[in-house]
Design a protein around this ligand. Structure first.
Ligand SMILES: C[S@@+](CC[C@H](N)C(=O)[O-])C[C@H]1O[C@@H](n2cnc3c(N)ncnc32)[C@H](O)[C@@H]1O
Length: 235
C-alpha cells in the first residue's frame, strides 16, 4: 500500500508515474536482484518503489544539483520522508554520485530507475554505468525522457527504444521503459508499433516548425492512445 503522504513530497514525479513505479516494482518482485534508483531528491520515487517492500538502493549525492536549477541539500528531508512513510528498513541510501556509486556496486539489478541529471552526458553515463547490472527480464526506466528533456530523451531513444535487447518497451507519462529479453509473435509487432509511435512523438516535440500547442495536441490527445499499456492507469 502506498501512503497518501507521498503526494505531498516535493518532486517532479506525477501520481501516474508514481503508480507506474509501484506496479513495475511489483512485477519484478519474484526476480532475484535489487532495485536501484539514480536520483532520489526528497524521496518521492523512492517511496513508491519501496512501498512494494523490496530493497531499494537510492543513489544521490544530495547536494542540491538538479537539472535546470539548484535546490537546498536534500538528504535530511529524504531521510525524514522515508521515516514518515515507515519505509526506512527497505531503503539503502547511497550518498554518492552515480559514477562513484557504480564503482563499488556488486548486486544484480532487476529494476533500474534513472532520474539523475538529464543532460545527455549524465543521462548517457547513468545508462552506461548501471545498465550492465540489469538482469534478463529486468527493467530500465528513465524519467523525463518522453517528450521531455532532450538529453534524457535522446539517450532513452537510442539505448532503449532502438535497442533490440529490450523486447518490450513503453511510455508512462514522461517515463520511457524497456524490459530486457526477446519478444515473440504478436509482442514483436507491438514493439515495432511502440517504437514507431515513440520516435514520431519525440520528433514532433523536436520540430521547430510545429507550434507548441499543436505538438501537445498531436502527442498527448492523439498519438498517446497508441501507447496504452499494462501500466496505464486512468487516475
Ligand atoms: C529530478 S531529481 C530526482 C527526483 C526524484 N526521483 C523524485 O521522484 O522526486 C534529480 C536528482 O539527481 C541528483 N543528482 C545530481 N547529480 C547526480 C549524480 N551525478 N548522480 C546521481 N544523482 C545525481 C540530484 O541531487 C537530485 O536529487
Amino acid at each position: 500500500m502506498i501512503s497518501e503522504f507521498v503526494q505531498t513530497i516535493a518532486g517532479w514525479l506525477t501520481p501516474h508515474e508514481g503508480q507506474f513505479l509501484y506496479k513495475v516494482a511489483l512485477k519484478v518482485k519474484n526476480l532475484q536482484g535489487v532495485i536501484v534508483e539514480i536520483g532520489s531528491y526528497c524521496g518521492k520515487s523512492t517511496i513508491y518503489l519501496a512501498s512494494t517492500r523490496q530493497k531499494v538502493y537510492a543513489v544521490d549525492p544530495h547536494q542540491g544539483n538538479v537539472s535546470g536549477g539548484k535546490s537546498k541539500p536534500t538528504y535530511k528531508q529524504f531521510q525524514a520522508n522515508l521515516k514518515r512513510a515507515g519505509l526506512e528498513e527497505f531503503v539503502i541510501p547511497v550518498v554518492k554520485t552515480s559514477e562513484r556509486a557504480s564503482v563499488s556496486f556488486k548486486h544484480p539489478v532487476k529494476l533500474l530507475f534513472i532520474d539523475g541529471l538529464h543532460d545527455e552526458l549524465h543521462a548517457q553515463e547513468d545508462f552506461r554505468l548501471w545498465s550492465t547490472f540489469v538482469i534478463d527480464d529486468g527493467i530500465i526506466a528513465m524519467h523525463d525522457a518522453f517528450c521531455g528533456w532532450e538529453g534524457a530523451g535522446d539517450v532513452a531513444t537510442k539505448y532503449i527504444v532502438q535497442n533490440s535487447i529490450f523486447g518490450e518497451i513503453g511510455v508512462i507519462g514522461s517515463i520511457i521503459y524497456g524490459k530486457k529479453g526477446k519478444s515473440v509473435g504478436i509482442f514483436r509487432i507491438k514493439r515495432l508499433c511502440d517504437k514507431f509511435v515513440i520516435e514520431l512523438c519525440n520528433n514532433i516535440y523536436k520540430s521547430l516548425w510545429i507550434p507548441k500547442r499543436i505538438q501537445f495536441v498531436l502527442v498527448h490527445r492523439f498519438l498517446r492512445i497508441f501507447l496504452l499499456n499494462e501500466f496505464t492507469s486512468f487516475l
